[in-house]
Design a protein around this ligand. Structure first.
Ligand SMILES: [Zn+2]
Length: 226
């Protein structure tokens, strides 16, 4: 496998969904359309808020957050006071909500953040748990999806961030295409992970390298399976 595919440094594995600027993996595209069509029959408009994200975009997010240029949130989604945080606290606060550049499942094109276009406009979607449960605008979509997943009728889509997992916040809106994502995860070894950090321009790089093993274990290889 081309390592650049794992790291978000190429778009060769992707296809653009017509009429949008959204890129997804070529081999998940037809199953995604099937899922979307099934949803439409239930009066749901399964849409993508965010799909492929490239390395440089993730690097920009990381560097802005690690310099205090973008707000950091605690586990209850409350803003943290940046000036009081140590480097290690900054790193682990970012990792709760954002991946290291090169380590996001959004690089793979197999993972998408979804919403219900019947009840929300894309620009209004915040990607918060409250939207997905208890009568939130995407609650019916997610209930339907859960039912499909439970019946094994979601064409291989599953929720990698369903539960709180040792530091990563649950992301109900994030779904992943197992047939391809499994291959990506298998190829994303610790050696690939560490080498990418060493070669990167990420802020707090040495501090990240000091915790490389812990970060790989808790924030990269730590996800729910179907
Ligand atoms: Zn996501």
């Amino acid at each position: 496998m081309n390592i650049d595919i794992l790291l978000g440094k190429t778009v060769e594995h992707l296809i653009e969904i017509e009429g949008t600027k959204t890129l997804v993996h070529k081999q998940m595209f037809s199953d995604f359309l099937r899922l979307q069509r099934d949803a439409a029959q239930e009066g749901l408009d399964l849409q993508i808020a965010s799909a492929f994200r490239d390395y440089n975009r993730q690097l920009g997010i990381w560097n802005a957050k690690s310099r205090g240029e973008r707000v950091l949130l605690d586990k209850n989604e409350k803003p943290l006071e940046f000036s009081t945080l140590s480097s290690d606290e900054i790193i682990f606060s970012i990792l709760r909500w954002s991946a290291l550049p090169g380590s996001s499942r959004h690089h793979w094109g197999t993972d998408v953040d979804i919403y219900d276009g019947k009840t929300q406009r894309r620009e209004d979607v915040k990607l918060m748990t409250s939207e997905c449960i208890d009568g939130g605008p995407a609650a019916r979509l997610h209930q339907w999806l859960d039912d499909r997943m439970n019946m094994n009728e979601a064409y291989g889509f599953f929720r990698p961030y369903k539960t709180e997992r040792d530091g990563i916040a649950p992301e109900q809106w994030h779904i992943s295409y197992l047939p391809i994502a499994r291959r990506m995860a298998d190829n994303f070894t610790f050696i690939v992970f560490k080498k990418n950090i060493e070669l990167s321009d990420m802020n707090l790089k040495n501090e990240v390298l000091n915790h490389a093993e812990e970060i790989y274990r808790r924030f990269v290889m730590n996800f729910d399976l179907p």
